[in-house]
Design a protein around this ligand. Structure first.
Ligand SMILES: Cc1cc2nc3c(=O)[nH]c(=O)nc-3n(C[C@H](O)[C@H](O)[C@H](O)COP(=O)(O)OP(=O)(O)OC[C@H]3O[C@@H](n4cnc5c(N)ncnc54)[C@H](O)[C@@H]3O)c2cc1C
Length: 464
């Protein structure tokens, strides 16, 4: 790897519309920050692209100089993949344009869009595509890994609605990937992460979703968690696809809407979303809201875009985070006991244990169609520790690891977007099926034989 000189940067500036940010620039520290404050890396250059031409120029610049390169979308990857030390960050955060074609029922979103941009533009036309549960997550990283969220049981994963991508490859060429052109690349982009190129824009098919949905949280004291999780298992087995449900175990945060008497107390919550008419949702979600007199029932009709921001304040930029995750089968009594025992031992009021529920439309897409494995699994559990600067990191990390280890015997792998410091090992061993892995490695060899895109849940161009 070589270094970047002043004259190098000057030569790039001639052909670059966006900002070029270096360590001596005033905005450098803000520009190099990842969502996770545990990541502290110092790139030599941040190339903040304004469009496809800038992305091409930045890729060619890095390539010619053989410097470490990372790609930044929403900078949410907990392992800090968006930011590299000493090299070049190709930053798409200024590329946030979205355009809905209501007649065709599609949205075109630039590669730096966040969930909130896609949600807002789609909902202006009474439509939506499955996005993540935090509005400041980047659509690029989310979609390239699969994309799970409140609407997935109704509309499938984010990738299941992907129609086409514009991609700048490792050689600095712009190509289109969809069912007709570069179909092999299109397959790999639907689950294979940022390994094959920089997606400068995504086109997604949109689905009808009323702008007001029945949604919100129902919560019980942690003592009720074994019963609530058993109830979740039974309820999910018969729930229609329109029902999105996510478990969440944590200490109740002092946020608006959470009664003061619950603040700081351990709770188990079910976060409900009904992707259909509110009246239908009232009937179908009624058993959840009546189960064992909850301590909090905040389910009600609300704008979908507001529901999509419900966790924004609980998972802000700039705190310290560490997480590990498993994909799980339906919750057996043994799994429930482990989840409850370890959730009750949580070490920080900022930590949280979301349990996403798959099923519905996710499970109906054949596994071979995309690079997303274990579609027939029931849940993704993410054990998320969070703490403030100065707090004892080791204690929180140890809690995550103990919890993770206890669930290991039941694991059905890992959602690639929930890998962390374990990405290097688990991307290979747990994130894909053997067939998918073989195909992904071959695709990497074709599109990125020198592993130019290495700052990610990496798929190497050679099998080992
Ligand atoms: C608070 C929070 C909530 C989350 N909630 C969900 C959720 O509900 N559902 C879910 O599925 N996931 C969720 N995730 C996980 C999330 O999908 C991943 O962290 C994802 O990588 C974030 O993408 P990003 O663009 O924000 O991140 P970045 O850190 O910018 O990028 C992540 C990876 O994608 C690559 N990349 C970024 N942009 C591009 C591009 N345009 N082209 C090619 N490669 C690119 C990067 O190089 C990096 O390797 C959440 C994460 C956080 C931190």
């Amino acid at each position: 790897m070589s270094e970047i000189s002043v004259s190098d940067v000057q030569s790039l500036r001639v052909n670059f519309l966006g900002e070029l940010i270096q360590p001596h620039d005033a905005g450098y520290d803000a520009a190099r920050a990842a969502w996770n404050a545990d990541i502290d890396r110092r790139p030599a250059l941040i190339a903040r692209c304004r469009g496809v031409a800038d992305v091409i120029a930045a890729v060619r610049f890095s390539r010619e100089r053989d410097v470490l390169t990372s790609v930044r979308g929403g900078r949410h990857a907990v392992a800090g993949h968006a930011v590299c030390d000493d090299g070049v960050v190709i930053d798409l955060s200024e590329m946030r344009g979205c355009r809905v074609d209501a007649g065709a029922g599609v949205i075109r979103a630039e590669g730096g869009c966040l969930n909130e941009h896609v949600d807002r533009e789609s909902q202006a036309f009474g439509m939506a595509v499955t996005g993540g549960i935090v509005s400041h997550t980047g659509i690029a990283g989310l979609a390239l890994g699969g994309g799970i969220g409140h609407l997935m049981r109704a509309f499938g994963l984010t990738i299941d609605s992907l129609v086409s991508c514009d991609v700048v490859t490792a050689s600095g060429e712009l190509v289109v990937a969809n069912d007709r052109e570069n179909a092999d690349l299109f397959w790999g982009l639907r689950g294979g992460g940022g390994n094959f190129g920089i997606v400068t824009s995504f086109e997604f098919k949109l689905h009808r979703l009323p702008s007001t949905v029945l949604a919100g949280m129902v919560a019980w004291p942690m003592d009720e968690a074994p019963a609530v999780l058993r109830f979740l298992r039974e309820f999910l087995a018969g729930a229609p696809d329109e029902v999105g449900v996510m478990g969440n175990l944590r200490l109740a945060p002092p946020l608006p809407g959470v009664p003061a008497e619950l603040h700081g107390k351990p709770i188990v919550a079910l976060v409900m979303t009904y992707a259909g008419a509110v009246e239908d949702g009232e009937r179908i979600l009624d058993p959840v809201r009546r189960f064992r007199s909850p301590a909090l029932d905040a389910v009600g009709p609300r704008p979908y875009t507001a529901h999509q921001k419900m966790f924004d304040a609980a998972l802000p930029h700039g705190r310290h985070y560490y997480w590990k995750s498993h994909r799980l089968p339906p919750l057996t009594d043994e799994i429930i006991d482990i989840v409850v025992e370890h959730s009750a031992a949580i070490t920080s009021p900022l930590s949280t244990v979301p349990i996403f529920s798959l099923g519905g439309a996710v499970a109906r897409i054949p596994e071979a169609d995309t690079a997303f494995p274990n579609r027939d699994a029931a849940h993704d559990i993410n054990i998320v520790a969070s703490w403030l600067a100065g707090d004892e990191r080791d204690r929180h990390v140890a809690w995550v690891r103990r919890f993770f280890d206890a669930l290991e015997p039941y694991s059905r792998g890992v959602y690639v977007n929930f890998t962390s410091d374990d990405a290097a090992e688990r991307t290979r061993s747990a994130a894909y099926s053997p067939e998918q892995w073989t195909r992904l490695v071959a695709l990497k060899r074709k599109y990125d034989p020198t592993n130019f895109f290495a700052m990610n849940a990496n798929i190497p161009p050679t099998p080992d």
